[in-house]
Design a protein around this ligand. Structure first.
Ligand code: OSB
Ligand code: MG
Length: 369
């Protein structure tokens, strides 16, 4: 496929409600939408980078820079045989995984469309529907949290993840467990604790949590192995896992028993599949995380989460949980049984609402040979 044109758009979309985590509060999501035209098709991808280097060291500006000055020039105007060829042409760029993943996503959509198959088929997916959960931000009180969760349970979500932060942890978990003794419940600390917090972390063992996500530092693997030995609840790593090599280290050291895969964090679908396949070989379950994507990124996530070892429900919720109006048609919906349909049309399987996309675009740049 000859790559005729690549376009970047900085998008800004207002969330339906503020999303608070131990990293701060978000009112808007700003990402980069990548469009690739070539071979008579158009591919779309979402670079899930944020304006500030908090969840990840990458920022909107670093991703734009790396895409514009290094990744895009390596591909635009070139004949690309397949995804591996594109990765070979850009593989000299170290790190900057979100930038890379946005581009690989758009190229994967284009190649799948050119072959007339869905992204799920293109990636080796096997599920027609995926199990989904919802990630619930910090709320101003335990009562309010229980109220918010009750609405999500009514929507069909079968797994609830709550964010925790120092001083806003045990009381929240206690309140939720009291109201809902049997739901699949997990917590996500986004690296807010250290081994000094061992007493609080051990206290979580009482609440029959499915997992504790990323309790310790974002770049730590070793301390998590120390912590894991003192907990019954499985640890799941998110921020600490950038690639299959980290995955091997974490599993062999006993730092975690579950892996959260986000294609943006690990550099794209190809690395995500490597992690997925390694985890299969070790009997380690994985689940698909989320970055509050628009429908474009969400469509890609749903395709990837249709692979067989994504056995736990993902942070892949309905469009309306994030945005009043999504930029794709149809918007993503969750059924009463807590599942979401995997699109079957070619590529990401949803249409882009160009007027909506235009409306949320803050900056646009196009690249031609
Ligand atoms: O830690 O999983 C996280 C959103 C942005 C950045 C990091 C995280 C999250 C979420 C929301 O938890 C997941 C989603 O519903 O997309
Ligand atoms: Mg997380």
């Amino acid at each position: 496929m000859r790559i005729d044109r690549i376009e970047l758009r900085h998008t800004k979309m207002e969330l339906v409600s503020p999303f608070e985590t131990s990293l701060g509060v978000e009112l808007f999501e700003e990402h980069i939408i990548v469009r690739v035209d070539g071979g008579g098709v158009t591919g779309w991808g979402e670079c899930v980078v944020e304006p500030t280097p908090s969840y990840s060291y990458e920022t909107l500006e670093t991703a734009w820079h790396v895409l514009r000055d290094f990744l895009i020039p390596a591909l635009v105007g070139k004949e690309i045989l397949n995804i591996d060829d594109a990765l070979a042409k850009t593989g000299w760029v170290r790190g900057h995984r979100m930038a890379r993943a946005g581009l690989e996503a758009a190229l994967s959509d284009a190649f799948a469309k050119a072959q007339g198959i869905s992204l799920s088929q293109f990636l080796g997916g096997t599920r027609k529907r995926i199990n989904v959960g919802v990630s619930v931000g910090l709320q101003y009180s335990p009562d309010r949290l229980v109220e918010v969760i009750s609405e999500y349970l009514q929507d069909g979500y079968k797994r609830i993840k709550i964010k925790i932060a120092p001083g806003r942890d045990l009381a929240l978990v206690k309140a939720v467990r009291k109201a809902y003794p049997d739901i699949q419940l997990q917590v996500d600390a986004n690296s807010a604790y250290t081994l000094k917090d061992i007493d609080m972390l051990r206290a979580l063992d009482e609440f029959n949590l499915q997992l504790i996500e990323q309790p310790l530092a974002y770049d730590d693997i070793y301390d998590h192995s120390i912590l894991a030995r003192q907990l019954r609840t499985p640890i799941c790593l998110d921020e600490s896992i950038y690639n299959v090599s980290d995955t091997k280290a974490a599993i062999e050291l006993g730092s975690c028993r579950i892996i959260n895969i986000k294609p943006g964090r690990v550099g794209g679908y190809t690395e995500s599949k490597r992690i997925h396949d390694f985890c299969v070989s070790k009997n380690v379950p994985v689940w698909h995380g989320g970055m509050d994507e628009s429908g474009i990124g969400r469509a890609g996530n749903v395709g990837l989460a249709s692979l067989p070892n994504f056995v736990l429900p993902g942070d892949i919720s309905a469009s309306k949980r994030y945005y009043k109006e999504d930029i794709v048609d149809p918007p993503f919906e969750v059924d009463a049984d807590g599942t979401m349909a995997v699109p079957t049309k070619p590529g990401i399987g949803v249409d882009i609402l160009m007027n909506r996309l235009e409306h949320v675009t803050a900056r646009r740049e196009e690249f031609k040979p």
